[in-house]
Write a protein that binds this ligand. Structure first.
Ligand SMILES: [Zn+2]
Length: 509
């Protein structure tokens, strides 16, 4: 008996960790291949206070990039950056906002007498993300255009906008193309109206005291950065700009000119060059016929750095869930793929910088791809936070643009999970890849979580979700089972894409 037991153990010890008995009932969940301790450890380091929130162009960001490169080296991955190394240098410009010289004034002309009130940044307004071409002064009479969605849905309903400042209710979000519509109408600039202080403060914290952009002004940028001057207004400024704003969505809520009212934005900047780095590593594929093609993964390595202190006085935006979690998942997936069955195609792991500043690293990659884009047959982006329990429902954003979406949905169904494709939005690093024609998806977990009611899932979300706050920190009691599941799904989609026929991934031409 003893001898037999030893033999059994020896066989078990040498069997590949991912081996599945072929007679396993299909209802039995496959053995996880993702190492939860690695997810804990990588996020512990990357979200540590010593990395100071991994702000783009800051030392903590450089250390995060070095850590990822070292971890890739430890896994035996190859450098896929410039000159055979792990890095791709992204030349940037940082424009620090001079708060004394940056003002927004509102002029009201009533019965021939003009009164002007001046507003300050960041308490009343903040310049939105921009480039050298859009971080400029602008002024004009006011026109209200409704939401970005309204602009796109009914451009014929817009008033004459040439030379005017357009007031847009709420964010551009996935309707960023509305900024281009307004630009085409000759709008001088946009002021986005926020409805509550919480939303406004989220912008203040997320945008920070400077703007960073790709130095080359001819560089194509994804529409996360509006191609028009854009300021974001606090609720107090909204009341000064448009005191008679109708209730959102009411019959009176229609685009119109605001006669006798104008706004002027002055911008003072101190600019300096800045260098940051994308990290790129390669796992060569197992199939010599497919090794020259790539499945790509992205997870941004930057976060917001040091910004406005919260009520606890904490000014370090650690970005545990956003996106130390994604960075760690890529490493865990790379480990599973290098230690378990090898993917047929090669796998390119890219950790872009500057995502929070406007998809800078991924936009730069799209213009300077490290592998030919026509040979990248799938790109999988992970940047949806750390689910606090195992998800069983997924959204595949961007999955409506290529067969990669249905493939990702089918992978989820095979695992017994729900999934559906969703439209792409310029909100993360897959978007620049989509822009240059690479099939790209952003896998987004959804609640309710496995075995939990909607209420219990929401309660978990309230406890653990601190989106773009200093409190988005690593905690020893965070339940990593959700992140294991997220990485597991992304691993399965990548393995399937690495073996799928090319025609089943690329859109028909
Ligand atoms: Zn993110």
């Amino acid at each position: 008996m003893k001898w037999k037991l030893v033999v059994t153990l020896a066989v078990a010890a040498t069997a590949p960790v991912t081996a599945q008995p072929t007679h396993a009932p299909s209802t039995r969940p496959p053995r996880p291949v993702i190492d939860s301790m690695a997810l804990r450890a990588h996020t512990y380091f990357l979200a540590h206070d010593l990395l100071e929130g991994r702000g783009t162009g800051r030392r903590g960001n450089d250390i995060a990039a070095l850590y990822l490169a070292a971890a890739a080296e430890a896994l035996g991955l190859e450098g896929a950056g410039e000159n055979g190394g792990y890095f791709q240098v992204v030349p940037l410009t940082e424009a620090v906002i001079d708060t004394g010289a940056t003002k927004l004034s509102v002029t009201v002309d009533s019965a021939g007498a003009a009164t002007t009130r001046e507003f300050s940044t960041p308490q009343d307004f903040v310049p939105n993300v921009g480039t050298g071409a859009t971080l400029v002064p602008f002024s004009g009479g006011l026109a209200y255009v409704g939401t970005a969605h309204d602009v796109l849905a009914n451009p014929g309903g817009l008033p004459e906008l040439a030379g005017r400042v357009a007031l847009v209710r709420g964010p551009f979000a996935s309707d960023m193309a509305a900024a281009d519509t307004l630009r085409a109408r000759g709008v001088a600039g946009v002021v986005q109206l926020t409805g509550d202080t919480g939303t406004y403060m989220l912008y203040v914290r997320s945008r920070g005291p400077s703007r960073i952009f790709i130095s080359d002004s001819a560089h194509a940028v994804s529409s996360f950065i509006p191609r028009i001057p854009d300021a974001i207004a606090s609720p107090a400024l909204v009341r000064a700009l448009a005191p008679d704003l109708p209730v959102a969505g009411s019959a009176e809520d229609r685009p119109r000119l605001l006669p006798g009212r104008g706004a002027a934005v002055r911008i003072g900047l101190r600019s300096r060059p800045l260098v940051s780095r994308n990290v790129a590593a390669l796992l060569p594929g197992s199939d010599p016929a497919l090794r020259g093609e790539f499945v790509m993964y992205t997870a941004h390595l930057d976060h917001l750095g040091i910004s406005t202190p919260d009520e606890r006085g904490d000014s370090i935006y650690n970005g545990f869930s956003d996106n130390a979690a994604g960075c760690a998942m890529l490493l865990a997936i790379a480990r599973a793929m290098s230690e378990g069955p090898r993917p047929a195609r090669s796998v390119l792991f890219v950790w872009p910088t500057g995502e929070e500043r406007g998809l800078l690293g991924s936009d730069y990659f799209a213009a300077h791809p490290l592998e030919p884009p026509e040979r990248i047959v799938a790109e999988i982006n992970l940047d949806a936070g750390a689910p606090p329990a195992p998800p069983v429902i997924w959204q595949v954003a961007g999955g409506d643009r290529s067969p990669l979406g249905p493939l990702a949905v089918a992978v989820a169904h095979r695992a017994g999970w729900e999934a559906k494709v969703a439209p792409a939005s310029p909100n993360s690093d897959y978007f620049p890849l989509l822009r240059i024609g690479v099939p790209a998806v952003f896998l987004v977990p959804a609640a309710p979580y496995e075995g939990l009611s909607a209420e219990a899932s929401q309660a978990l979300g309230r406890r653990w979700d601190h989106y773009h706050q200093a409190a988005d920190e690593w905690k020893p009691d965070f339940p990593f089972s959700g992140l294991v599941r997220y990485a597991d799904y992304a691993y399965r989609v990548g393995m399937a894409a690495a073996a799928a026929p090319r025609a089943s991934l690329l859109p028909a031409r």
